[in-house]
Design a binder for this molecule. Sequence first.
Ligand code: APR
Length: 227
Amino acid sequence: MKKKVVILTGAGISAESGISTFRDSDGLWEQYRVEDVATYDAYLRNPELVLNFYNERRRQLFAVKPNEGHRQLVRLEEKYDVHIITQNIDNLHEQAGSTHVLHLHGELTKARSDKDDSLIVEIGDRDICLGDKAPDGAQLRPHIVWFGEAVPNIEPAAALCEEADYFVVIGTSMNVYPAAGLIHYVPKGVPCYLVDPKAVPISRPITIVQEKAGTGVKKVVDELLAQ
Ligand code: APR
């Protein structure tokens, strides 16, 4: 039975692929107000602005590719049962070849009925425009968790953390809940690792690799493969 490695990733792991993070300088939230583009009220108030915000990000996703940080995590699957819990809405982990990826905040390549959350369709790189309908005839909306909306995958994510033999945090400022609270489900004594060029306050013993994902993830992967 392979040991379980659970990995929590955020925008930082996709930064070297060319996708901006949210809270770094020149991050997305410096150019846009969250309340204008990433809340359900914003969508009701100005649906075209919100649809175009995600259309821009989807187009960007199809112009970039995974980086060494994503690729290194795939190596772990040789020896471990690897589960990635990502806050990212890009599909770069999947493109790199990771086989178990759980998205907490949704996925850019999917859309859903704005009347029925369970009616989800694959749209790939297609824009979503006002008037595009879901199979139930309702307007299509991005399959993204906006601020203030429920995070349906938090329960399975917490269950994974409770079973972790190793826990790795990569490229997240740990600012947004419930994602940032997942570390508290990891049992005491489980070895934890953090890869981030900045210091991130974590309230438990953790091995810190204060580097970008492009070089830092390999160090953690090499250590885990040498166990
Ligand atoms: N490699 C690794 N980490 C990096 C890199 C890099 N090249 N560049 C930046 N980082 C780190 C930053 O130091 C920071 O700790 O990535 C983190 C990015 O933090 P945020 O911009 O806050 O992104 P994230 O934590 O993923 O945000 C969580 O907030 O806006 C919402 O829904 C959105 O999923 C997002 C959530």
